[in-house]
Design a protein around this ligand. Structure first.
Ligand code: SF4
Length: 254
């Protein structure tokens, strides 16, 4: 049986961390269908990991992760869609207390169900919530993040994010040589994102670029210099920003 845990790994943003996959490998579930998502084909084989198994796998991994700094709820499913998301957050926190852990509990989500109060309450028990925000307007949002029927409009999605007082935001930026149809590294989108950051007042922003590309697509990573230049514009707004300059590491099909 495939483990639900990846790690320990290290990165600048999270330190030494474990990823807890709330999707049941190789399945999962998401309300979006982002053009860059390597889990897209797997997600069609839908399924979520059971609460008991998640906690068992995490307890085992914690025994081998002495200097852990972060546990991230993520994986090939959007964590908020897990029917027991609130219980998972509670269960992981209890496990942390029981094991005297000093690590922080983070979660990465697209935020599409932030209009549900139980999800919002569970978010308040996280040490850090990261929300994906790649696009600044309706057309690009539909074209690149491809939300399901749960998102009536991009404006509505922004209103959901506003329910949080100070979210952290993760933005993926990439190019496309295909007549600008499948990339968000455009002057208009960058300008729009800066406007949105001003409105949403995130506690910090994480800029990243494409690391996995669909076979045959024209999409490509943004180079490190480009990301750093945009990061300076974010910093001018007074918002702390981290940049992940790692470019393409693999391809996927589906
Ligand atoms: S929100 Fe995340 S899991 Fe969902 S399709 Fe996009 S990248 Fe994949």
């Amino acid at each position: 049986m495939q483990s639900l845990i990846r790690g320990p790994m290290w990165n600048h943003r999270l330190g030494t961390y474990l990823k807890l996959n709330l999707g049941n490998p190789p399945g999962g579930g998401c309300s979006w269908d982002c053009v860059y998502c390597p889990a897209r084909s797997q997600r069609r084989r839908c399924g979520f990991a059971s609460l008991d198994r998640l906690l068992e796998d995490l307890a085992l991994s914690l025994k081998n992760s002495a200097s852990l700094e972060t546990v991230m709820l993520t994986g090939n499913a959007d964590p908020f869609l897990h029917p027991e998301f609130a219980d998972i957050v509670q269960g992981v926190r209890e496990l942390r207390s029981k094991t005297n852990g000093k690590w922080a509990l983070h979660c990465l989500s697209n935020g599409s169900t932030l209009d549900r109060n139980p999800v919002l309450c569970a978010c308040e028990k996280l040490d850090q919530l990261w929300l994906k925000l790649d696009c600044s307007e309706e057309r690009l949002f539909r074209q690149l993040n491809r939300p399901s029927g749960t998102a009536r409009s991009f404006a509505e999605h922004v209103e959901k994010i506003k329910r949080l007082s100070s979210p952290a935001i993760q933005t993926m930026l990439w190019n496309c040589s295909e007549a600008g149809t499948m990339g968000n590294w455009t002057t208009e989108n960058l300008r729009g994102l800066l406007e949105l950051y001003k409105v949403l007042k995130p506690s910090r922003i994480y800029l990243t670029t494409m690391q996995y590309r669909k076979n045959g697509s024209q999409m490509s990573s943004v180079d490190g210099a480009g990301l750093q230049t945009f990061a300076l514009r974010v910093e001018e707004l007074g918002i702390p920003v981290d940049v992940n300059e790692s470019g393409l590491v693999g391809m996927f099909s589906g």
